[in-house]
Design a protein around this ligand. Structure first.
Ligand code: KMT
Ligand code: NI
Length: 199
């Protein structure tokens, strides 16, 4: 799935640990000093990402390949601005409630930008800033939330396997199978003896 746009992925997907100030959610919320999180670290939490050519998303072969490989047969566009998103204020509020889904949340930013916040293994917030050309997959069962940044605009493609289910399960929903499976796959560390056995 290599393509020329994969290079420089850090230009469109950047992540960092958040401070815990109560200031405006649309601000970056860097820690002091800044504490960045690599794309490889995101992968350890099950977060997959790509950089694609957002100027050509309608004909992009690289996007087609990803959709075929991962079964993303559904796709629509979500334009987040007061004029185009019905119930804008309520939606903005609910996007920022910590929640999980029983399926992947797949978003491809084709204009504007936004923040996807995810919890790490220790329940610390990692802020993932996604700009034009950045595509990310949040795995089923990960606790997360979304906010616009201070530029106040994102246009994102939403992809899905089959009929989309957008239902958010606000935290806590630890007993859902999707959550248990996520914890088993990405949060539970193998015990020392299991690690030794695996050698
Ligand atoms: C979600 O599920 O949080 C969203 O769809 C947010 C907008 S997608 C950029
Ligand atoms: Ni979500």
């Amino acid at each position: 799935m290599e393509n020329e746009f994969q290079e420089g992925k850090e230009e469109v997907i950047q992540a960092w640990y958040m401070d815990d100030s109560e200031e405006d959610q649309r601000l970056p919320h860097h820690r002091e000093p800044k504490q960045f999180v690599s794309i490889d670290r995101l992968a350890e939490l099950g977060i997959v990402s790509w950089r694609l050519n957002a100027n050509d998303y309608e004909n992009d072969e690289a996007l087609k390949k990803i959709r075929e490989a991962r079964g993303y047969n559904y796709m629509d566009i979500c334009d987040i601005c007061p004029e185009k998103l019905p119930n804008y204020e309520a939606k903005i509020k609910s996007f920022f409630e910590e929640h999980l889904h029983t399926d992947e949340e797949i978003r491809y930013c084709v204009a504007g930008s936004g923040y996807f916040d995810v919890r790490d293994e220790k329940d610390q917030w990692i802020r993932i800033a996604v700009k034009k050309g950045g595509m990310i997959v949040l795995p089923a069962g990960i606790y997360h939330r979304f906010t616009l940044d201070t530029d106040n605009y994102i246009k994102a493609l939403r992809l899905f396997v089959g009929e989309p289910v957008w239902t958010p399960y606000n935290r806590p929903h630890d007993h859902l199978p999707a959550r248990r499976e996520y914890v088993d796959a990405f949060i539970k560390k193998p015990t020392v003896s299991q690690a030794v056995e695996a050698l």
